[in-house]
Every structure is written in C-alpha cells, then in structure tokens.
Design a protein around this ligand. Structure first.
Ligand SMILES: *[C@@H]1O[C@H](CO)[C@@H](O)[C@H](O)[C@H]1NC(C)=O
Ligand SMILES: *[C@@H]1O[C@H](CO)[C@@H](O)[C@H](O)[C@H]1NC(C)=O
Ligand SMILES: *[C@@H]1O[C@H](CO)[C@@H](O)[C@H](O)[C@H]1NC(C)=O
Ligand SMILES: *[C@@H]1O[C@H](CO)[C@@H](O)[C@H](O)[C@H]1NC(C)=O
Ligand SMILES: *[C@@H]1O[C@H](CO)[C@@H](O)[C@H](O)[C@H]1NC(C)=O
Ligand SMILES: *[C@@H]1O[C@H](CO)[C@@H](O)[C@H](O)[C@H]1NC(C)=O
Length: 823
C-alpha cells in the first residue's frame, strides 16, 4: 500500500510535469462579464464573454442570481452582476503557471431585487485575502470599484486560480467583471533594491500583489487600457505632485521611444516613456530643488515600487544625471539614465522594495539634481508603479495580523491545502489519478476517525472550502491582542524578594553572564521568571534601562513577555512570564521527557518562526535576535513556543573582546559563518541559526557534539551531507521513524538547507521560512496526524546514528540551563 502510494505520487508529479510543460507557451486571457448572457464589448474594444460561456471556468455553488440594468453612462460591462447569497467560488483553469493579473470590477448596479451598495463581502484568491469586509456604503469611494492584483498560480494549485466571494453574515456578495491575464515572465523580476539602502532583496515568491498606483508622469489625462498591450490603466500624476509649480510636463513622439535589452512594451507602453515631469525652470537659473510626489498607502505592509525613466530631454549621452529619493532616503545617487538605458529616448526601469511601518502612511518619491556640475541641472520621472505585497497572514487588506489565532489558520490552511490538491485536478489522466489517490487515501484514513470538517472534504470539496474560508474571515481577529498582563510595570524589591522567598536557591532556574534566574510567584498569583542582574555585570544601568524600554514595546504571543522590572537599591531585576515546559532543547535530548511528535516539533518551530519574524519585521526597527538556539526557545504548558532573550544584541554592550568570545562559546554551532567572516550582522544571521535549530529538532542531538566522529560533530555539516543525498531521514531522531510524511520532510529539509546557505542573501526571510514550515505541517496533517501510524516513511534506515544523550553542560557553558534570560 505504501509503495503504491509512492508510485502514485511519482505518476502525479510526472503527469503534472507533462501537463505544465506542454502549456508553457500559451498565455492566459480571460475577459469575463459576470451575469451577462451575450458577449459585451468594452469601451476599449475588448470583448468580455458571459461567465457561463467559458468552458475553463466553473462557478460553485449555483445559488446565485443575475441582476442587470443598463443605465445611462454606465459601461456595459458594469451593468450586470452575479449576486451570491452564500460563499461561492469561481475556478479558472489556467494554461500557464506563474503570476497572473487578476482584475476585478465591482459596481452596485441599481435593480429591484438587491441593494448592492449595502452588500458587505470579502474576496480571496488562491488563499490570499484581497478584500476584507468591503461595503460600498462605507467608504466614499467612486461607485466603480476596480482592483488589480497579481496572484500566483502554482504547481501545487495545479493550474487553478480560485476566486472566492464571501458575503458577510446575512449579507450578499457580487461581482461584475473579471480579467485574468498572464504576467509575462520578465515583467516582475526578482531583483529589487531595498529602501533604506541595505541588504539586497529578492522578491518573495509566495506573495500576492495589489496595484495601488500606476502613474504616467506628465501625461495629463489617464492612459487607458487601449494604449497598453497588457490593458493596464495609467493615471495622471498631477494629484500626487506636492508642489506642481516645481514640475513641468515634457513629451516627445511615442514612436521615437526605443526599447533595449530586457525592457519592452510589456514593461510599460511607449506612451509612458514619451512623457515626463521635468524640473520647471531648472534650465533658466541654477535652482536646486526636488520634484516630489506623495502617495498614500496603507501602513504595515511591504511595497514594491517601480520607477520608469527615459531621457527625453537631453541632447547628448550622459547629459542627464540626477538623484532619486524614496521616503526621504537616497534610492539612486547620480542616475545616468542614458548610460543605463543605453541611449537617448531609451526606456529604463528600476525596482525597489520598502516597508511602510506603522505610524506613516505615505510613500514619497523625489527626483532632484545632482550636486555635481557639468550636467543638465534637471531631473525627470516618466512613470511609477506601487504595489502592495501580502503580509505574512496572506492578506492584502487589513493590519498585520500578528495575533491571529494559530489554530484558526491551521484549520483553514490545512483544509485549503487538501482542497487545492483535491479539487484542482483536471483532465482525463488526472481523473483516473484522482480515483487512484482516493482509493489510497481511503485506505490510509480507514483507521483514523477524522474530524468532521476533514471528513466532509471528500469528493465535493468546494462548498466546504468556501465555508471554511468564510470562517476564516469572520473569525479574523485582526488587531486584537491576547496579552493579558500590563507589561513593563515597576515592581518593588520587596515583592520580588517575597516572590522568590528571598532568592531561594531551590527556585533557581539558571544563571548566566547577566545574573541568576529564579522562579517566583508575584502577589497577584502570577508565576514568573525573575532575572536578577549581577551587580558586577558588565551590562550597565543604561543598557538595563534600554532593554526595559524596548522589551516593553514588544508584544507578541510568540515572544516571552517582560512583565515588570525593579531598579530599587541598585538592583537590576527583570520579571518575565514563566514558561512552564522550559527550553525546547530539554524536550529533544539530554532529559527524560517524552519525545515530541513530528507535528509538535514543527508546530513549535512555526511558533518560534513567528516570533522571530515579528522581531525582524513587525516593529519599526528590525531587531536581530543574534542568539537563536534551542535553549532560547521556551515552551509553555501547552508546548506553545516563545522566543526568549531577544533584543539584547541591539542594545547590548558593544562587541568588546569578552562579549564576542562569550557569544562564540555560548552559541557555537549556531553562528552564521558570514557574520563570523564579515562581522556584519543582519537578520539573515538569525535565519542561519534557525536552520541549525531545525536540524537539532529533526535529529534530536546538539548542534555541536564533540563526542561524535569528526564529520558528525557539527550538525549543520553532517545533516547537509545527507540532505544533498536526499536521505535526511537516515539521521533523524529514531523516535520519529515511520511517522514523518515524506513530502513534509522534503520541504523541511529544503528549508533548513536554504537557511544554511553560505550567503545571507540566498537565505529565505523568516516569513518565507514560516510559510514553508506551515506547508510542511499541512502535509503532515493531511496524511499522518499522529505518531502511531505506519504511513509515511516505510523503510527504517539501515543505520541508525548513535545519538547519545550528551550531558548538555559539557557542550555549552552557562547558557544551556534553565529558563535562561541569561547573557
Ligand atoms: C460622501 O461624499 C459626499 C460628497 O461627495 C458627501 O456629501 C457625503 O457626506 C460623504 N459621505 C460620507 C459618509 O463621507
Ligand atoms: C502640460 O503643461 C501645459 C502648461 O504648462 C498644459 O497646458 C498642458 O495641458 C500640459 N499637458 C499635459 C499632457 O498635462
Ligand atoms: C492612445 O493610442 C491612440 C492610438 O492608438 C492615440 O491616438 C491616443 O492619443 C492614445 N491616447 C493617449 C491618452 O495617449
Ligand atoms: C519626508 O519629508 C517630508 C518633508 O520634508 C515630511 O513631511 C515627510 O513626513 C517625510 N517622510 C518620511 C517618510 O519621513
Ligand atoms: C531632495 O530630497 C532629499 C530627501 O528628502 C533631500 O535629502 C535633498 O536635500 C533634497 N534636495 C534638494 C536640492 O532639495
Ligand atoms: C521596515 O522599515 C523600517 C523603517 O521604516 C526599517 O528600519 C526596517 O529595516 C524595515 N524592515 C524590513 C524588513 O525591511
């Protein structure tokens, strides 16, 4: 049975490969008019098909109604709509994998059956929330809501784009028009410049984009889809100019624009490059100022910014050289357009990436003259695009949902995964395949009582999928916080002393460079971990205060919270929440605790990854943990993981000799080799350490175990040898044998490998790691829920490595024990 399952998997991959590859040369174009019965010609000359006429498109369930009403002045495509009273989906079978533009038209058509302007609904596509509880009557938006997104159709969704329309409780949802168009491969490349200038960035793969601005500088009126080979809209820049008097429009004949390597009209039509805003009067007197545009954006999201340039004012090469700023920060210094574009009137573009942190809701773009002499004292910009990127909770609409209940996510995601896999197969081969897989799964699940929702996924999965997404929406707890203590309060020394029975040795949890950590009970009954600074510690009062200030700001369910502090009588005491199950390491080896199941292990890592992701991106300044390891991942009584000992690095003492050597000693085996070489700390150093943690969790052995044969001492080196052979399972914890799903392990191994890349730029972000771990978890959830199964890997390795329970104290010094807030 196991073998036949594996066989089926191979077949499915093979078929998948064949199907995808035979289709890569066709681009998708769906132009759909919802609720129409006849094709509709739009103003720009395109013909939109009725939604029921397209054979590559299904709508489900059928509980929907058509409304239409040809009003004067309303474009034909907006004058009909399909109205849904329950959550429903449109499923498009695309010919091509990869990114697709998804353009949606909503218009509350007046009719006598429904009041569409009072409808409240959400929209999602391939698992990404596009619109969250929108209603026309709320915003004072124009009556036509037009949205453009970029959604990836992946192999794992088997070439489907699934658009969900989810009415809010007792409300309705509707849609008027849908456009889906393949994004040509080169249009969204992966190289982006990070603003503020820093570590080079790769565009994350599994994000959705929403076009928030697409602007043609100096173009006057809107450039309609007619003038764009990919039917994009380009707006005028006038409303965004901060000081219109500083700019003047310039234009040339669009036919004179030239496109060189990599740039084509797919990037932007020649109409965009043929017009620009230039500095007004710059040529007359030697004025120095910037042209500035301001774009309002939603805070708390990452943004992709593309600037289009074309030298349409210079008469010689290298005449036009100027500076570009984004958010008051230098983005390009001395941009020589004609050199970069390889000629005058040649099109050129640059991509940037920036995050708009909480507290600011603007993106500023400025161009201004270079301070160097000998150049035209002017600057110009031809076009601009700003795209919002989906956040780690896969949303493009709504705040950073750092407090989303993870069980909710898990539930809806695992259902989604099942459904994506099950529902998205098509074609004759695949139907046969489906039946086979169904048989196998039936056999596999026969003994296991499935929860109701899983069971009902069955063979008519679509309504369930929608139902669950519906739950996802209604239970979305964006912005709500579950932290119950008031953080960072002052606690008197007498209370601390009472809490620890005058620092009773029996309550000692651990000790480190900073001091000792005790378990204690506050007057209000709260059990806490109390870290008492060593008076002779090198960590002075200033650092202590900075730490309090910073830690008080950090609130996240996967970070150990600071509850209070005490600085009476020259004491430096920090009070943290107590983590009942102690450090993760203790659950892996070197103790008598029962082994964790694979699912528990991955869930713990998911929690820790969320905490680190928050440190890296969730607060206004990136915080690098710098000491990620299994003793700094603490577990509460439910085995939920929290990251401890964070932030110290940023405010810790400068890297004087003692400190460096302490760090190296304490965290040997976790240290990013690049950081070691270049002494340059980035958040990717944490990613490296996290990769080591992942291996430690998989293999249940210390990062460094000097008692092992030489090639096995360092887990990162040893495990990568097996990972490269595709035989990672051979060195995994024997307790996991037989209950790790192959696909889950494959994803896990790949992720760890990427985290351990030599070059920091090649390592994924914590957000990507998180995504991959959740993916690994879903696979596990879908086929092997608990440890007692015989599914998963069937063959027990012929050679089980000697994993001795090594006395942790011999491996690393002070930092190995206890609840460790130590440093
Ligand atoms: C919407 O805009 C109109 C004018 O355009 C204004 O009279 C009305 O008060 C606005 N409504 C809301 C809810 O802001
Ligand atoms: C360019 O600016 C001039 C005035 O300086 C104005 O008359 C003209 O309409 C503008 N053209 C566009 C396309 O905005
Ligand atoms: C759009 O293209 C047509 C020619 O196809 C041209 O006549 C028209 O001026 C263009 N519109 C704009 C706004 O540039
Ligand atoms: C950039 O500077 C302008 C004015 O100098 C200011 O209003 C704006 O808030 C600044 N923007 C950012 C993102 O710092
Ligand atoms: C242009 O803007 C940048 C960033 O806001 C600023 O640093 C620079 O001084 C400005 N240049 C001029 C000439 O005003
Ligand atoms: C987010 O923006 C802040 C400043 O606005 C910056 O310090 C931080 O590095 C940015 N984070 C990422 C992940 O780019």
């Amino acid at each position: 049975m196991i073998h036949s399952k594996r066989f089926i998997l191979y077949i499915s991959f093979y078929l998948h490969f064949v199907i995808c590859c035979s289709n890569t040369h066709h681009n998708d174009i769906f132009l759909i008019s919802c609720g129409e019965t006849n094709p509709v010609k739009s103003d720009d000359g395109r013909v939109f098909e009725p939604d029921l006429a397209n054979t590559h498109l299904t709508i489900s369930p059928i509980s929907h109604t058509i409304v239409s009403n040809s009003q004067k002045g309303v474009p034909k495509i907006l004058s009909s709509a399909r109205v849904f009273t329950t959550s429903s989906i449109y499923t498009f079978t695309t010919k091509k994998l990869g990114r697709h533009w998804l353009r949606l038209h909503f218009y509350p058509v007046k009719n006598n059956r429904f009041d569409l302007s009072s409808a409240v609904f959400s929209v999602e596509a391939n698992g990404i929330t596009l619109i969250h509880e929108f209603a026309f009557f709320r915003g004072n938006k124009s009556q036509h809501l037009f949205k453009e997104y970029v959604i990836e159709v992946t192999g794992s969704s088997l070439g489907k784009l699934v658009l969900g329309l989810l009415p809010w409780e007792n409300s309705i949802a509707f849609i008027n028009g849908i456009e889906i168009i393949s994004v040509p491969d080169k249009v969204l490349s992966s190289k982006v410049i990070h603003i503020p200038l820093g570590v080079a960035h790769e565009l994350p793969v599994h994000v959705g984009f929403e076009t928030v601005y697409r602007v043609n500088m100096g173009g006057g009126s809107r450039l309609s889809p007619k003038n764009d080979s990919l039917w994009r809209n380009w707006a005028s820049d006038k409303p965004f100019l901060i000081n219109p008097a500083a700019a003047r429009n310039v234009s040339v004949n669009p036919d004179s624009i030239r496109f060189h390597d990599g740039v084509s009209t797919d990037i932007a039509p020649n109409w965009v490059y043929a017009t620009a805003e230039e500095m007004a009067d710059a040529n007359v007197n030697d004025q120095r100022f910037n042209i500035s545009w301001r774009f309002e954006v939603e805070q708390g999201f990452d943004y992709f910014i593309r600037l289009h340039f074309c030298d349409i004012v210079g008469s010689r090469l290298h005449d036009l050289v100027f500076n570009v700023y984004i958010n008051n920060q230098s983005a390009i210094e001395s941009l020589d357009i004609s050199q970069r574009a390889k000629g005058l009137s040649a099109a050129y573009f640059v991509d940037f990436f920036t995050n708009v942190s909480m507290g600011s809701d603007n993106i500023f773009v400025q161009v201004g003259p270079n301070h160097l002499t000998g150049y035209l004292p002017t600057a110009l910009l031809n076009g601009l695009e700003i795209m919002k990127m989906s956040n780690p909770s896969d949303s493009l609409d709504g705040k950073l949902a750092v407090n989303l209940d993870p069980t909710d996510i898990k539930k809806s995601k695992s259902i989604k995964m099942m459904v994506v896999v099950f529902s998205c197969l098509g074609g004759v081969f695949v139907i046969v395949l489906l039946l086979l897989i169904s048989f196998i799964f039936f056999m596999c699940f026969r003994h296991k009582k499935l929860p109701k929702e899983d069971g009902s996924v069955g063979w008519s999965p679509l309504p369930t999928y929608v139902g669950n997404s519906g739950n996802k929406f209604s239970s979305n707890t964006f912005g709500s916080t579950t932290v119950s203590h008031s953080l960072g309060q002052m606690i008197s020394f007498s209370e601390v002393r009472d809490a620890t029975r005058n620092f009773d040795k029996s309550l000692l949890l651990g000790s480190g460079g900073f001091g000792k950590v005790y378990k204690g009970v506050l007057e209000n009954g709260l059990v806490v971990a109390i870290k008492r600074g060593n008076p002779r510690s090198q960590q002075g009062l200033v650092e202590f205060k900075t730490e309090i200030e910073m830690l008080s700001k950090l609130r996240h369910k996967h970070l150990v919270s600071l509850i209070g502090y005490c600085e009476e009588l020259n004491e430096m005491i920090l009070v943290y929440e107590y983590m009942a199950s102690g450090p993760l390491r203790q659950h892996l080896y070197g103790s008598t605790l029962p082994p964790l199941t694979w699912k528990q292990r991955v869930e713990i890592l998911v929690g820790a990854a969320k905490g680190l992701h928050y440190l890296h991106t969730g607060v206004s300044e990136t915080i690098i943990h710098r000491d990620v390891k299994t003793t700094n991942i603490l577990l509460d009584e439910n085995l939920d993981a929290k990251v401890a000992d964070f932030g110290l690095s940023k405010f810790g003492p400068s890297l004087n000799q003692t400190h460096v050597s302490t760090a190296v000693k304490g965290s040997f085996g976790y240290l990013d080799p690049e950081y070691f070489r270049r002494q340059q700390l980035t958040e990717k150093s944490d990613v490296y350490s996290f990769g080591v943690v992942m291996l430690e969790v998989l293999c249940a052995r210390p990062a460094i175990n000097p008692t092992l044969p030489r090639e096995q001492v360092n887990i990162a080196e040893w495990a990568m040898i097996w990972q490269k052979k595709g035989e990672l399972y051979k060195i995994m914890d024997p307790n996991l044998m037989g209950c790790v799903n192959l696909e889950s392990l494959r994803k896990y191994g790949e992720t760890a490998e990427k985290c351990l890349s030599e070059n920091g730029n090649q390592r994924p972000s914590m957000g990507d790691v998180l995504w991959n771990l959740e993916y690994a978890l879903q696979f596990q959830g879908a086929s092997c829920g608990d440890a007692d199964s015989m599914r998963g890997i069937s063959d027990i390795p012929d050679r089980i490595p000697d994993v001795e329970s090594v006395d942790i104290d011999t491996i690393s010094d002070l930092e190995s024990n206890g609840t460790t807030m130590d440093r």
